[in-house]
Design a protein around this ligand. Sequence first.
Ligand code: COS
Length: 376
Amino acid sequence: MVPASDLAWPFFDDVHRGAATAFAAWLTGVEVHDDEQDVDGSVRAWVRALGAGGWLDACARLDVRTLCIVREMLAYRSALADFAFAMQGLGSGAITLFGTQALRRRYLAPVVAGDALAAFALSEREAGSDVAALTTAAVRDGDAYVLDGEKTWISNAGIADFYVVFARTAPNGAKGLSAFVVDARTPGCEVTARIETISPHPLGTLRFTGCRIPAAQRIGAEGDGFKIAMATLDVFRSTVGAAALGFARRAYDETRTHVAGRRLFGAPLAALQLTQAAIAEMALDIDASALLVYRAAWTKDAGAVRVTREAAMAKLYATEAAGRICDRAVQLFGGRGVTRGEIVERLYRDVRALRIYEGASEVQKVVIARASMEVR
Ligand code: COS
């Protein structure tokens, strides 16, 4: 549960307070159990459950505070649950924001129902942080585009029903990119590899070979792809911060219970001042993260066209803080902390990728510095 003290903040409306309470109750009763040996099955089960519960509606409404509340609570319980929810939003976000009525009708209803899985295909082996360098080509041919190239580190690769793909339609850097929706079963679109990660989730490499898609599958105008990608990331970067916050809160709660009960040198671990310093720094990091995350979410919901700076700050701070917090938790758990099966051991692995995906910490610093130079 997002703490009641946080929900009292003016960042939230009663709608959000009600949603947080209802979601906490739903989550307590939901019967989905993660299986690291079957991440595809676990993700599908979470998507079905979230769809049946009506919670994927938030992914198509893009109310950022609701997205953040849900991600925070899902991450507290399960990294795969958070992943499943986040991908429904990130994978369909460009369609919600910039798609034609026809695209929205066709793709969003199944995403919200939990009947279709979505994916966001931006990264390439030589173009992750430097989006404007991507080389996957989309060549116009009559009323179609033909896609050739490779995307990698694509979440949901292999289980997605469709991919929002960013490809090059002209040579001129960021201005030469366009966005498309590609059905996973389109001939010429194949998953060539699955990628194993320290926190297992569906991830892989996509290959497009003469992959022909109708021109009506383009999202926005030709050349708008870079801005569509950035605007989508502006919405979801705050939510990555929220997921980091959920992992961090879980590590913090587990640690507080542990240090109160574990005895050494004739007293509880919590009695040592070094432990108290660690707990204090964890608490401070959690509150600072929450304030930045929900400020960014509220700013976007209040109608700001660009929240690039706020979203970058929220993602940067919350993900770095969660890394520190989960690392501290492992340290205070000692040998148990690095033992397979312990919650803090899993959290330590789960939280790592958040400092890399949807814009590495270094990219967020570039974004913040640029925006800060504009603000005078
Ligand atoms: N929303 C709308 N438009 C945006 C934007 C945003 N958030 N950010 C940039 N733009 C626009 C700029 O205004 C500029 O438009 P004009 O040329 O009309 O002025 C254009 O897009 C190019 O912007 P910029 O010059 O800043 O592009 P750069 O190539 O320098 O890229 C970074 C900037 C590094 C910030 C960008 O590539 C980025 O965010 N990279 C990380 C991507 C990422 O998250 N990768 C992970 C893959 S997804 S898991």
